[in-house]
Design a protein around this ligand. Sequence first.
Ligand SMILES: Nc1ncnc2c1ncn2[C@@H]1O[C@H](COP(=O)(O)OP(=O)(O)OP(=O)(O)O)[C@@H](O)[C@H]1O
Length: 267
Amino acid sequence: MIPNATLSAEEAPFYAPAVNEIALFENAYRNQLPVLLKGPTGCGKTRFVAHMAARLGRPLYTVACHDDLTAADLTGRYLLKGGETVWVDGPLTRAIREGAILYLDEVVEARKDVTVVLHPVTDDRRTLPIERTGELLTAPMEFMLVVSYNPGYQNVLKSLKPSTRQRFIAMEFGYPDPETEAAIVSAESGLPKDRCVPLVRVANALRDLKGQDLEEGASTRLIVYAATLIQSGLRPAEALEAALLQPLSDDPDIQSALARVAELALG
Ligand SMILES: Nc1ncnc2c1ncn2[C@@H]1O[C@H](COP(=O)(O)OP(=O)(O)OP(=O)(O)O)[C@@H](O)[C@H]1O
């Protein structure tokens, strides 16, 4: 497991803040508090963590959680290497040893018995007992745990135990306001901002359909895709179709409703 290269503050990936999230995160880091980020898909949670890791000068380990993830996938396991059995740290253990930031994306996908392994390291003990090696690691000040999930996908089966949830301070993310979002899309795609404004307008019109016809609205990520395609020469109508309409639904009726909404939003 290799961390993202440790970046300096000057090399931090571009992140446009919405409110006070940068100060809040820095404060949590200084006070050794774990952080939970909630928000819809593609709204900037992962980018924010990458930006903060660079600002704080810490290595970043990212794990995309899924329901086959085991506690050993996080802590480590013995592996056979060249006829010898050697212990190999998992990302949680490495992040603790190195004072890194560990980011568990879509943490609700992990089974509850797996998230329990996080408990001793997310309260004031800040320890990780590793039974297999007999070690008891104490997390250094620089170690930080960040988890994220999308409340939109949440159902009764997939939620965090209160005893897990209540170990984190929580920050809510949403899609940026239209002005900021157009600036983000322009910065990410290279398309002039005035040409990003109508794309953001379409995305916001599509977002309004969330809950009626759509499970999720159009993400900032998808608007960036549309703008990137336009910037590289594709006709706007084709870019909209490929990046903002097709990814949202497979249902032909919903597809044509989305196309109508997009047309109206473009005016
Ligand atoms: N505030 C922001 N500043 C800069 N870029 C942003 C911002 N918000 C979104 N983006 C852009 O949107 C893309 C998607 O964001 P990101 O990958 O962080 O989403 P996410 O919330 O982690 O999504 P998921 O939950 O699906 O993993 C980024 O790669 C970036 O181009």
